[in-house]
Ligand binder design. Structure first.
Ligand code: NDP
Length: 245
């Protein structure tokens, strides 16, 4: 029996891209998935599909910048399924621009979603997993969490932070709880749509021509979950074969 079957998995940012692909793949393998994001019309359509295919799925409106909403989705999941086996902190934004463009509101948004959103997710789920004496927290970083490039300083900073938080968490809770950080390279999704800076948008369009499908990242997430409980896949980088970065 797969170590995915029956697991209760919360996925943030599940309305498109990597989160959506992961929700669909996990549900297909028998996980009970709870999807969170702001676009509930999308979430509703995805869970309708999953249920039609025989899977188990629920959704909750979720803005990860609101700490209370992460507590609510965890509470909802416990009420529905009695436990939380995996939290996938996947929600993220990437409005790239050079620092001298001074897009301070966009810096704030990346910090709020990509760092604080992950921390709020950890805060919401950690007491539950500690009480269960089991669980897994999977944080989605980026190759931008390993190297910096022009226009990506703040985005990369948020993803370096995700790496640091994940490693610190792993060292602190490793006895019972597995911690995994997954760093995708360029992947098909809606992520680049939020770039308001013309130069960064054009550069990213070129960079993203070699995108791999979101399912490639979903498979690595499934791999990390399906290992036996005493095996922690701490970190995976998944990038296009053709990517020099
Ligand atoms: P998408 O833009 O397709 O998905 C991002 C998801 O995050 C959406 O579901 C969006 O849902 C959600 N989201 C954004 N803001 C919030 C918020 N405040 N609260 C809750 N959910 C939010 O991009 P990806 O699938 O690519 O992104 C997923 C993760 O992968 C991100 O962390 C990203 O940084 C990372 N990544 C992606 C790469 C790529 O090339 N695609 C490369 C490296 C890392 P909604 O708008 O409905 O709230």
């Amino acid at each position: 029996m797969s170590n995915v079957n029956g697991k209760v998995v919360i996925i943030t940012g599940a309305s498109s891209g990597i989160g959506e692909a992961t929700a669909r793949m996990l549900a297909h393998r028998g996980a009970r998935v709870v999807l969170g994001a702001r676009r509930t019309d999308r979430l509703n359509a995805i869970i309708t599909d999953i249920r039609a295919a025989g899977g188990t799925a629920e959704y909750q409106v979720l803005d990860v910048t609101q700490q209370g909403q992460l507590q609510e989705i965890v509470q909802f999941t416990q009420n529905k399924f009695g436990r939380v086996d995996v939290l996938i902190n996947n929600a993220g934004v990437m409005p790239l621009s050079a620092l001298d463009q001074l897009k301070v509101e966009e810096w704030d948004r990346m910090i709020d979603v990509n760092i604080k959103g992950v921390l709020y997710g950890i805060a919401a789920v950690l007491p539950v997993m500690k009480a269960q004496k089991s669980g897994q927290i999977i944080n989605i970083s980026s190759i931008g969490g390993h190297a910096v490039s022009p226009t990506a300083a703040v985005y990369c900073a948020t993803k370096f932070a995700v790496g640091a938080i994940s490693e610190g968490l792993r060292q602190e809770v490793g006895g019972d709880i597995r911690v995994t950080v997954i760093s995708p390279g360029v992947t098909e999704s809606e992520l680049a749509d939020s770039i308001s800076d013309e130069t960064a948008r054009i550069g990213m369009k070129e960079f993203r021509r070699i995108c791999i499908p979101a399912e490639a990242i979903a498979r690595s997430i499934v791999f990390a979950i399906e290992q036996p409980d005493d095996v922690d896949v701490s970190e995976i980088i998944v990038r296009p074969t053709a990517s020099p970065y």
